[in-house]
Design a protein around this ligand. Structure first.
Ligand SMILES: C[S@@+](CC[C@H](N)C(=O)[O-])C[C@H]1O[C@@H](n2cnc3c(N)ncnc32)[C@H](O)[C@@H]1O
Length: 317
């Protein structure tokens, strides 16, 4: 990503973002206020960040990929809102079993492809996710400087790890996901960004990663997987296994945020912190945010919490 321009500089040209906004105004005007909130959350950073992600999308799908991805984003957002309303009514997430979610979501390549492009856009078009993306760039990536070996767990579309490879020219990344659709898109995004020579993706369940050599990663990225598992403690153990001593990880989990593939219901930020600490990971930074607009009379505020954690060494508590 380009460095932040000085306040006086002319705004960068953003043809793909302009195209996206035109399409939203014409076809999905009810989605516009949320996108304006995302822009307002980081007025000097949003245009360049959005343009970078859209350039990768257009390199893969052509300019027609923009309206198609916006349609997927609007559908994804609608599905999330409906799942949240049902959760408000029932007090618990609809799905309890990973096997059910695998059968109905992750293994369904066509539906999963739309889902992933929808999620790809949420990482900069939902205002609270825009802020988490900036936290990733400002607070995590600089801590990986000089760290050559990265692992991304559940990359999905691959956006986070590819961004890290762009920022860290010496780094290599191994990515593991259970969905064929994820691997296809992550490979395409890494090619579009020109980092495919340094990225290798493989179908593998995150919970099998203890078979990957221990202490082989300087940095681990794992966004929006914790809440998809029956027992996320196992994932913290995997992160601890993979990291070298003092290695850093960037983790995001959803709290009281329902969706078809969310199983584990975190209610408090402290739960994620305690699970990190129980697995030898010190939380060195965290940011938990929710949308400004929520359902009327909501009892659950859906949040996304990012944590930067560092693997403890045994010499210092
Ligand atoms: C919500 S997407 C997150 C994508 C991306 N990391 C992001 O932050 O936008 C969840 C991803 O987790 C993957 N996944 C779910 N369970 C998994 C597991 N047990 N092991 C590896 N990947 C898994 C899915 O295939 C999907 O790509």
């Amino acid at each position: 990503m380009q460095p932040t321009p000085p306040a006086s500089a002319a705004p960068p040209s953003t043809p793909y973002l302009d195209r996206l906004l035109d399409y939203v105004r014409a076809q999905h005007p009810r989605s516009l206020p949320g996108i304006e909130e995302a822009r307002a959350a980081a007025p000097r950073r949003f245009p360049a960040m959005a343009e970078m992600f859209l350039e990768w999308l257009v390199a893969i799908r052509g300019e027609e990929g923009i309206p198609a991805a916006v349609d997927a984003f609007v559908q994804f957002t609608t599905d999330v809102n409906m799942a949240q309303a049902r959760y408000e009514a029932e007090g618990e997430y609809a799905n309890k079993s990973f096997a059910d979610v695998y059968a109905h979501v992750y293994s369904q390549t066509e539906a999963m492809t739309d889902y992933l492009w929808g999620v790809y856009l949420t990482n900069f078009l939902w205002a609270h996710h825009t802020e988490l993306s900036i936290f990733f760039e400002d607070y995590f990536l600089p801590r990986l400087s000089g760290a050559p070996e990265l692992v991304e767990i559940a990359p999905g579309h691959g956006q986070w790890g590819v961004w890290a490879l762009k920022a860290l020219p010496e780094a290599r990344l191994r990515g593991f996901d259970i969905s064929d659709a994820s691997l296809e898109i992550a490979n395409a995004v890494s090619r579009a960004a020109g980092v495919d020579g340094r990225a290798a993706y493989e179908i593998r369940d995150a919970l099998d990663l203890k078979q990957v050599p221990a202490t082989s990663a300087d940095g681990v990225i794992c966004c929006f997987l914790l809440e998809h598992l029956e027992d996320p403690n196992q994932l913290f153990a995997v992160v601890q296994h993979l990291l070298k001593p003092k290695g850093m990880a960037f983790l995001i989990g959803g709290l009281t945020a329902a969706h078809t593939d969310h199983i584990y219901e975190y209610r408090r930020e402290s739960e994620l912190i305690l699970q990190s600490e129980a697995h030898g990971l010190r939380v060195v930074g965290s940011l938990s945010l929710g949308p400004k607009r929520t359902l009327r009379k909501a009892q659950f505020l859906p949040r996304s919490m990012a944590m930067v954690v560092q693997k403890r060494t045994n010499d210092i508590f």
